[in-house]
Design a protein around this ligand. Structure first.
Ligand code: NDP
Ligand SMILES: O=C1OC[C@@H](O)[C@H](O)[C@H]1O
Length: 392
């Protein structure tokens, strides 16, 4: 009962937080959003309300009317028609890029060229080469670039990894990550099903899984052993329909020291018996099997709402941990969404302070590299790289 009440309180505070006054010195950073994207409220607008050093100042959309409607709804000062207009505004300090995956590269490069720091949505881009280029360009310009693997900033995930690293479950033998969503979450026209926009379950959900496998195992895969996938099948396939978007992807990877990892991601898992969601209860979990036991984290992507970390040691010992509050000395509150932790880290880096966690260049590149390797093995091939090149 107490934990149910705690959950309700946390969820309420997470999505309807009391705004804090903005700092006067230093002046808050002005964020601009490219696209009136659905994720923008949760990923930036709500978290910004409780960050004294952040103001969401501008939004740009392909149509002015859409940008204006979004700005009005969220109390944003400026609305721009076209993304370049926002980048041309000298008052914007940081750009949030939640465009479709295929456009991450082009608009992150343009934002960096305009001298803005960038919080870029996951996955980084369509390819590892593009990811490397973006980070190298950010370095050259002396700007901060962060790919929004928001789950990496939550203390519960840090504890999950700490248990693996402590040796309590012994040497890692296998890592399993599930990112399964029930059918009907996304319409057929969603960007996730559009190959030309960088769609696919592995891109959208599998990027978390690949990232989580590498993070928890503290090692890089050595090869892709096997893959199976189910293509996205539109209800009325066009004459030129190509089965190159994975609705579901499953892949097994080899890890060093004879360990393995399996990821399963699905954008639309069918209901069982026609009405019970296959993804019920949510299949968003990571599990590490070691020589001495196992540790499993339920809901590693949205841990603020609810999560559990279950440790089972061979021979019978079992315990469950929940970690909503950050460690002593680290910043955060139990109701902070992963996005709020992420925003704290982004601002700390921009301000030259040390963040409590980070996802660096090589981490982002390696995640993209293994996504491409899995696509290669599956026969679907990488998503199309952007044709954009920076003008000389
Ligand atoms: N961190 C997280 O938890 C989440 C991250 N994401 C990531 O964020 C990104 C956006 O996802 P989501 O918000 O669900 O997507 P939406 O479809 O809601 O938003 C995408 C935005 O892209 C713009 N856009 C520009 N060109 C196109 C085009 N050709 N077709 C469609 N849209 C276009 C649209 O902007 P305009 O307003 O200008 O028309 C739209 O607002 C993805 O990269 C996704 O992986 C998504 C959900 C959760
Ligand atoms: O966190 C998420 O959950 C739903 C997905 O489709 C989305 O893109 C992802 O980032």
């Amino acid at each position: 009962m107490a934990s149910a009440i705690g959950m309700v309180k946390r969820v309420y505070a997470a999505f309807s937080p009391s705004p804090v006054p903005k700092s006067t010195s230093p002046k808050p950073l002005k964020f601009g959003i490219l696209g009136a994207a659905r994720i923008a409220p949760n990923a930036l607008i709500i978290p910004a309300k409780t960050h004294p050093e952040v103001v969401v100042y501008a939004v740009a959309a392909r149509s002015l009317a859409k940008a204006q409607a979004f700005a009005k709804k969220h109390g944003i000062e400026k609305a721009y028609e076209g993304y370049q207009a926002l980048l041309d505004d000298p008052e914007v300090d940081v750009v949030y890029n939640p465009l479709p995956n295929m456009l991450h590269f082009e608009w992150t490069m343009k934002a960096l060229a305009a001298g803005k720091h960038v919080l870029n949505e996951k996955p980084s881009a369509d390819t590892a080469d593009e990811t490397r280029e973006m980070f190298e360009f950010a370095e050259k310009k002396g700007l901060i670039l962060l790919d929004a693997y928001h789950y990496r900033f939550h203390p519960a995930l840090h504890r999950f990894k700490e248990i693996v690293q402590s040796g309590e479950i012994g040497k890692v033998k296998h890592v399993d990550v599930d990112m399964i969503l029930p059918q009907s979450m996304f319409s057929e026209g969603d960007i996730r099903y559009d190959y030309s926009l960088g769609g696919g379950a592995l891109m959208d959900l599998g990027c978390y899984a690949v990232n989580c496998i590498r993070y928890t195992a503290s090692s890089e895969p050595t090869s892709v052993i096997a893959t199976t996938h189910i293509p996205f099948q539109p209800s009325t396939p066009s004459a030129d329909y190509v089965k190159n978007v994975d609705r579901r992807m499953e892949a097994t990877l080899a890890l060093p020291n004879d360990a393995t990892a399996t990821l399963r991601c699905d954008l639309s898992a069918p209901h069982k018996l026609g009405f019970i969601p296959d993804a019920f209860p949510l299949k968003l979990g990571a599990r590490v099997e070691g020589e001495l036991g196992s540790v499993e984290m339920f809901n590693f992507v949205m841990p603020t709402l609810y999560h559990s970390i279950t440790v089972k040691i061979k021979g019978g010992r079992k315990r469950v941990e929940k970690v909503y509050k950050p460690k002593e000395g680290d910043k955060g509150r139990d109701w902070w969404l992963t996005y709020r932790f992420q925003l704290e880290a982004m601002v700390d880096r921009v301000r030259g302070r040390k963040p409590d966690g980070w996802v660096d260049k090589e981490d982002s590149i390696a995640t993209m590299h293994w996504i491409e390797q899995i696509y290669e093995k599956s026969g679907l091939g990488s998503r199309p790289r952007s044709s954009y090149t920076l003008p000389n």
